[in-house]
Design a protein around this ligand. Structure first.
Ligand SMILES: Cc1ncc(C[n+]2csc(CCOP(=O)(O)OP(=O)(O)O)c2C)c(N)n1
Ligand SMILES: [Mg+2]
Length: 296
């Protein structure tokens, strides 16, 4: 595949996987709550393209990071269907997907909980003499958590090789930034001496260009995007009254010309992964507490 084809493949794979979840969800076979990434595809695809060897730490809105990092599609659907698989036998669900072998170290449902481990990982690798770029992905809402402010301080103080990626949809569930935030992110970040970059994630090339501008770490890249679906779930909720349908073009796939051969390949791969997941046996009850941390 050419570079352009492989970028397209990932963008389309993420979009089609999300659309397949929307299609399948009403059957109630997928029990896990899903925070869809439709609209944010270009962020994960662009960032992992420029930093393919990074260790990534993210939130519950993670499908795009799992698939962009190269996570296995079969395990993705097995996990969503709660079946035995190499992620967590259904215990992780959509919100705690991971794929350490492709760089996605952890994702978490509790807002901001990925931030501390991301910094700790970066520092740990340095102490082992194995410096590695760490991508810490968080939403605009998570920038309000205290740990984010502490992380900026520590990352700057120790000059850790961390890239904060802020995925800004202007929303924390139903609330817009203007009723939640007293600070300007650029001024806040720059006050720590951390380089700040921002753009709209409306095409993958915009995201790639921004990533390529990064010269020194730590850095923070602030990408605005439009969340096309409700916070969690499969409905468009523009009728709920807290936000409007976008007038401008925010869809990062709108500028991508269709590639029928790849589209067919992607459609087949998703259908067969879903079929396998549906038919796979449910893990036996004894496995429920396997790999679960239980304090003594
Ligand atoms: C510590 C904590 N507080 C509150 C919640 C409830 N909650 C779940 S998602 C969310 C909004 C987060 O918004 P943002 O960080 O912008 O991410 P987005 O969902 O927009 O991607 C909130 C408040 C939570 N999961 N964890
Ligand atoms: Mg948000």
């Amino acid at each position: 595949m050419t570079e352009k084809e492989s970028l397209y493949y990932k963008l389309r794979l993420i979009r089609e996987a999300e659309k397949a979840i929307i299609r399948e969800y009403p059957s109630n076979d997928i029990k896990t709550p899903c925070h869809l990434a439709i609209g944010a595809e270009a962020i994960a695809v662009g960032v992992t393209h420029v930093f393919p060897k990074a260790a990534i730490f993210g939130s519950y809105r993670n499908h795009h990071w799992y698939l962009a990092s190269g996570g296995d599609l079969g395990n993705f659907f097995l996990e969503l269907y709660g079946k035995e698989n190499a992620i967590a036998d259904g215990k992780a669900g959509s919100m705690h997907l991971s794929s350490p072998e492709t760089g996605l170290m952890l994702t978490s449902a509790v807002v901001g909980t990925q931030i501390g481990p991301a910094l700790g990982y970066a520092l740990g690798k340095r102490l082992q003499g194995k410096e590695q770029i760490v991508i810490c992905v968080l939403g605009d809402g998570a920038t309000e958590e205290g740990v984010f402010h502490e992380a900026l301080n520590v990352a700057a103080l120790y000059e850790l090789p961390v890239i904060f990626i802020v995925e800004d949809n202007d929303l924390a569930i139903h609330q817009k930034k203007k009723v939640r935030q007293s600070y300007d992110l650029k001024r806040l970040v720059e006050s720590y001496g951390i380089a700040y970059y921002s753009d709209e994630a409306t095409t993958v090339s915009k995201v790639i260009d921004k990533c390529n501008q990064v010269r020194k770490l730590p850095a923070l890249l602030h990408f605005r995007y439009h969340r096309f679906y409700e916070h969690v779930g499969i409905s468009e909720d523009y009728n709920a009254g807290y936000r409007e349908k976008p007038i401008k073009q925010w869809d990062p796939l709108a500028s991508e010309k269709r590639r029928p051969r790849l589209d067919l390949e992607i459609g087949n791969a998703i259908n067969s992964a879903i079929e396998k997941a549906r038919l796979a046996p449910t893990p036996p009850p004894e496995k429920l507490l396997e790999h679960v941390f239980q304090p003594a």
